[in-house]
Design a protein around this ligand. Structure first.
Ligand code: BGC
Ligand code: ZN
Length: 373
């Protein structure tokens, strides 16, 4: 079968490989699931892996099949799989367990191991292939009504984890009732964070660089969020004028904004950091002021990466709620489909240079084809 791979360590090495179709027999506890891949989303992580900034092949291979935002349909299940059946729509989680105590209790997203295993990213092949096999423990069923937007679930889980953890932390306050939220960054993660916060009934102000109107600001306004361009109103000016935020979700990929965000969190508020910033930027900050306000305001800042199964389940629930509340909104995020694994060059061209891209994804197969196969 065909798959899209890179040679880790070699920049711009994305290419097509021919590899054997996997079998459920490779999972020896009878919990194997064979998934026919329908769609796979791509994001900055794939770009950075193709730039050879990180990423490693599975032991024994010199290539890494990429793709961690998978969506597919079950074709075959092992004898001990009772929760899934052929025809079910599914999304697989990304990280696989290591050895820390957090891995042992099913929360590998909280691993303290130095080495982590992530499908399509580090030491495990990903989903940009015609099929994949995995243990049913890592495969989450998606309601049929979400099949057109199921490819958005993996990015959605990153948002779910951040927001759930923030609420979990805020149970310290006994009576916390957040009203105002800020989302920094209006890309895929920012849009999904704004959605989840709106579904929780918060007032949401989303900050982006681009001056409105453009597709992303229109989409934010459609769900009742306010859009502010930092080119016109910097975050701290906005907060000084309109008040600080009970929750801030940072998803810009630009680390200096974090120190501004620390000054825009309200007393008892929480700042969620989700940008994976691989560079080495240095900035000067008003350290005493930031520290003092954090201490006197009992504020919290939390980092979040990856997501475990629980967030795939809650993410699917929130996506269902979004369809009920906002209709077709989620599908408007699917801006740039590219048909066929063989068009990997076009997929990366769109991802790197595409105009007005919210989500670029590979249409690996259509369902009709999946049914015949
Ligand atoms: C993925 C996460 C992953 C992280 C770090 C992100 O792009 O969505 O699942 O944990 O990269 O590798
Ligand atoms: Zn990602």
């Amino acid at each position: 079968m065909k798959a899209i791979a890179v040679r880790p360590g070699t920049p711009d090495s994305v290419h097509l490989v021919e590899i054997p179709k996997p079998s459920i027999q490779t999972i020896d506890n009878g919990r194997g699931v064979l998934v026919k891949v329908l769609r796979v989303g791509v994001d900055g992580t794939d770009k950075e892996i193709n730039n050879a900034e990180y990423g490693a092949p599975p032991p024994g291979d010199d290539f890494l099949v990429i793709g961690h935002e998978g969506f597919g349909v079950v074709e075959e299940v092992g004898d001990n799989v009772h929760e899934l059946k052929p025809g079910d729509y599914v999304v697989a989680t990304v990280r696989r367990p290591g050895n820390s105590i957090y891995d042992l209790i099913g929360t590998s997203d909280m691993t303290t191991d130095d080495i982590y295993y992530e499908r399509g990213i580090n030491l495990r092949h990903g989903f940009l292939s015609e099929y994949y096999v995995d243990d049913a423990d890592f495969i989450v069923k998606i309601p049929k009504g979400l099949k057109n937007v199921g490819v958005l679930l993996e990015p959605m889980t990153v948002v779910q984890k951040g927001i759930h953890q923030a609420y979990e932390i805020q149970r310290r306050l006994k009576v916390w009732k957040p009203k105002r939220a800020a989302v920094l960054g209006a890309g895929t993660i920012g849009l999904l964070a704004a959605l989840v916060l709106r579904l929780r009934g918060l007032e949401v102000v989303a900050f982006g660089k681009t001056v409105k109107p453009y597709l992303n600001s229109d989409l934010l306004e459609e769900i009742g969020a306010e859009y502010v361009s930092t080119a016109e109103t910097p975050l701290l000016d906005h907060a000084a004028e309109n008040g600080a935020f009970d929750i801030i979700f940072e998803a810009t990929g630009y680390s200096p904004i974090v120190f501004e965000a620390m000054q825009a969190v309200a007393k008892n508020g929480v700042l969620i950091l989700s940008s994976v910033t691989g560079g080495n930027r240095v900035v000067e900050v008003p350290a005493d002021k930031i520290n003092l306000e954090f201490v006197l305001g009992n504020k919290v800042m939390v980092g979040t990466v990856n997501a475990n199964r629980e967030y795939f389940e809650s993410g699917a629930n929130d996506m269902a709620a979004a369809v009920l509340e906002y209709g077709e909104w989620l599908s408007k995020l699917l801006t740039h489909p590219v048909k066929g694994l063989e068009n990997y060059e076009q997929l990366f061209e769109v991802l790197t240079n595409g105009k007005d891209v919210i989500k670029a994804y590979c249409e690996v197969a259509t369902e009709a084809k999946a049914a015949i196969n």
